[in-house]
Ligand binder design. Sequence first.
Ligand SMILES: Cc1ncc(COP(=O)(O)O)c(C=O)c1O
Length: 399
Amino acid sequence: MNQTINNEQSNTEVKEKNNNKPGYYGEYGGAFVPESLVQNLECLNKAFVDAINDENFVKEYFYYLKNFVGRPSPLYYARNLSNYCGSKIYLKREDLNHTGAHKINNTVGQILLAKRMGANEIIAETGAGQHGVATATVTALFGIKCKIFMGAVDIERQKSNVNRMKLLGAEVIPATTGSATLKDAVDAAFDYYIKHPDSYYMIGSHVGPHPFPNIVGYFQKVIGDEAYKQILEEEGRMPDSIFACIGGGSNSIGLFQSFLNEKDVKIYGAEGGGEGFLPKTAATISFGKPSVFQGTYSYCLVDEKNNPMESYSIAAGLDYPGISPQHSFLKDSGRAQYHIITDKEAINAFKQLSRLEGIIPAIESSHAVALALKLLKDKNELAIINISGRGDKDAERIS
Ligand SMILES: Cc1ncc(COP(=O)(O)O)c(C=O)c1O
């Protein structure tokens, strides 16, 4: 990966220079990229801003969300889980979307943007394979060539999604460097993008240089906007707390955004804690520090020399040493709280939700369920948990 993308600049310098400039969330964010990508990203930003101000574009996006993805996703009252926990819990059912996760909200929006920009090749990275499947799905729909970069370790642990991507006509390219997981897939995708600036990089999470986080955040906001309306319809009031798991941070930002101004709503992110301690963890906010990583300034897991570390989590979609710059800002401002959930706790929650509600959650989403069960026990609170995806892909490994 190009040095400018994983930079070791003085953190104080980066912080002071950039606070609240466009493309920043407080001091976090920005675009730390090689010269050759600067113009590309500026064009992308301009095309994105034009598109979201064009009512035909927005109409088409919502057309596909409704008719292709199957939105709105239900906000489901989980009676058995609520009785078990002693709080009233609703599940936002992103697992019911076409392709089985929230990732499709973003790829539907981005494929329309790519089409508008005249792209003839789409590239993407994937961890759990859900973003890869969602990308391969929309490129099949619009007949555009697609290359998916995926860590060799993730190819092994999420085999069923690899088969789906291939069936949909995508080329899956193994990333074999480092820990051969999501970080290395993102590195490989950026390397390809730098060499082929005519391709469209359909990034899958709320990460990377500006304007990627803005784009992904915009296309995932539908989760929170729906949940906000649905909870009012069901309960006539705001929830006391909302929960989501955090990989790069897209399903969580999708939910959290709509509730940020509701000061009484507590916001909780569940990080992939792995074994619960360094270096066997992917809990970026809990164990990381602000650094420039993969084109953005945000929290990152780093070693003693400030180099990005390899992360570890049982959940391929959370196994990433970086995080969205907006989450870094929300953490420092205290508006959201981030907690570690270990592999063991996530596996327990995976089984509990399956048996109590007949819903098998993705192992990623199980982290959010575990955190809610921990914090809500006998609290009699009203809460929403985002079930970011379904667990079919994990069922063979966890039983
Ligand atoms: C089902 C599911 N949930 C959550 C995530 C984590 O990603 P993000 O934090 O961008 O939502 C992934 C990533 O692959 C996923 O597949």
